[in-house]
Design a protein around this ligand. Structure first.
Ligand code: S3P
Length: 451
């Protein structure tokens, strides 16, 4: 059965243009990590009592998750001091929502919350914007169906909008995830929280582990073992009583990537990015840029709220092309658009391998990046799932890039415009607010010309 309804009207497009100016200088902190913010709210909902979250990303994606937590029974409030408090109801005690859970542009919020709802005997309708309605949901619905959840209605291919009926008695399973996706892993683990016995997810390639870390932080019984060369085997014991916790959200490395690459390609730049999460499962971009010769120093590496953070000092560098192996993709999956921009300013060829997952992000990022490179005069090719950029260290620029409701495409090409010969325009920066509110202001504070 399908659920017919028109998506909410998208916000009015806001075009923007970036041009070359002087060197970027200064010390800034980008907003909180998006992945950790979603998870902190959801575990706050699933703990009994008051969880306090400092540094929560106040982007539209996370605000949608906060609202959904409210609709499922939590009281979610922003305190005067900027911290968020979540009064949770506990595993097994979610309320049936009396409104559609609208996740806007957010794949993470949707897929993780599908897992949460799947473990409870309630029904909920999930929806989102035009971009989210295109994105595959079967990858989470299939394992959740094995655990006893039922899709009552959905759009073609199991896409949003969809209505899910959670299981009264979820079945613990062992699931070998066919895609390297932290969202799939997390959905199964979150549903497993409500199941009696042990639920296991096996992943051939380790993906970001924030769900595992945060579940442990909230007192769940969770074990992680290595699996094969690069994989993990994660087991959660169901039906714990989660204890409310204090969470401090570090600065998002996927957002830091934009001023970071900008500082590398704008001559004379010297920038410090404070408190950035340097979890190895999120650090593929740093590894790659260092291989390209980037001058990036990690200052004051420290533990903060169960994660490792560092201040990153970044100085302009003439980069060189490198080979980026497919095995690195899970640790930098969101960073390829801005890496393609860095590669456009490098000397030589950068080959990025194994990017099939980029086709199912907020937009088809492989196509969107290739179109933006072509428009701005950068020689490149797509060979199967690989993107190969050939550069002589200079970018003509001068084009307008279509962003396809995708925040990271918008930010990546604005970064390009800061160092290209002619300015680069993007058709819409309204979606930047999903993950990086204040992006333009932060870049301007460093000396960028974006308007
Ligand atoms: C995320 C996982 C990744 C990433 C997304 C955030 C998460 O998606 O692209 O931005 O928080 O779990 P996949 O799990 O689909 O790779």
């Amino acid at each position: 059965m399908s659920i017919a309804s028109a998506p909410m009207a998208p916000p009015k497009p806001i075009p923007a243009l970036a041009r070359r100016a002087g060197a970027l200088k200064g010390r800034v902190r980008v907003p909180g990590d998006k992945s950790i913010s979603h998870r902190a709210l959801m575990l706050g909902l699933l703990a009994v009592g008051e969880t306090r979250i400092e540094g929560l990303l106040e982007g539209a994606d996370v605000v949608a998750t906060a609202r959904a937590c409210g609709a499922l029974g939590a009281v979610v409030e922003r305190g005067g001091n900027g911290a968020w408090n979540v009064h949770g109801v506990g595993v097994g005690s979610l309320l049936p929502p009396d409104q559609v859970l609208d996740f806007g542009n957010a794949g993470t919020g949707t897929r993780l919350m599908l897992g949460v709802v799947a473990g409870h005997p309630i029904e909920a309708t999930f929806d989102g914007d035009e971009s989210l309605r295109q994105r595959p949901m079967r990858r989470v619905l299939d394992p959740l169906a094995r655990m006893g959840a039922e899709v009552l209605a959905a759009s073609e291919g199991g896409r949003l909008p969809l209505r899910l009926k959670g299981a009264r008695d979820p079945i613990p399973i062992e699931y070998m995830s066919p895609v390297a996706s932290a969202q799939v892993k997390s959905a199964v683990l979150l549903c497993g929280l409500a199941a009696p016995g042990e639920t296991t997810v096996v992943e051939a390639e380790a993906t970001r582990d924030h769900t595992e870390r945060m579940l442990a932080h909230f007192g769940a019984d969770i074990r992680v073992a290595l699996h094969g060369e690069r994989g993990r085997r994660i087991t959660i014991k169901g039906r714990p009583e989660l204890a409310p916790r204090r969470v401090r959200v570090p600065a998002d490395p996927s957002s830091a990537a934009f001023p970071l690459v900008a500082a590398l390609i704008v001559p004379g730049s010297d920038v410090i990015l404070e408190g950035v999460l340097v979890n190895p499962l999120r650090s593929g971009l740093l590894v790659t840029l260092k291989e390209m010769g980037a001058r990036i120093e990690e200052l004051d590496r420290r533990e903060d709220g169960g994660e490792t953070v560092a201040d990153l000092r970044v100085r302009a560098t003439m980069l060189k092309g490198v080979e980026v192996p497919a095995a690195r993709a899970p640790s930098m999956i969101d960073e390829y658009p801005v890496l393609a921009v860095a590669a456009s300013f490098a000397q030589g060829t950068t080959a990025m391998r194994g990017l099939s997952e980029l086709r199912v992000k907020e937009s088809d990022r492989l196509a969107a990046v290739a179109a933006g490179l072509a428009a701005n005069g950068i020689e490149h090719e797509i060979a199967g799932d690989d993107l190969i950029v050939h550069s002589k260290g200079r970018v003509a620029g001068g084009a307008a890039v279509a962003t396809h409701m995708d925040h990271r495409i918008a930010m990546s090409f604005l970064v390009m415009g800061l160092a290209s010969e002619k300015p680069v325009a993007v058709d819409d920066i309204s979606f930047v607010a999903t993950s990086f509110p204040g992006f333009v202001e932060l870049m301007k504070k460093l000396g960028a010309e974006i308007g």
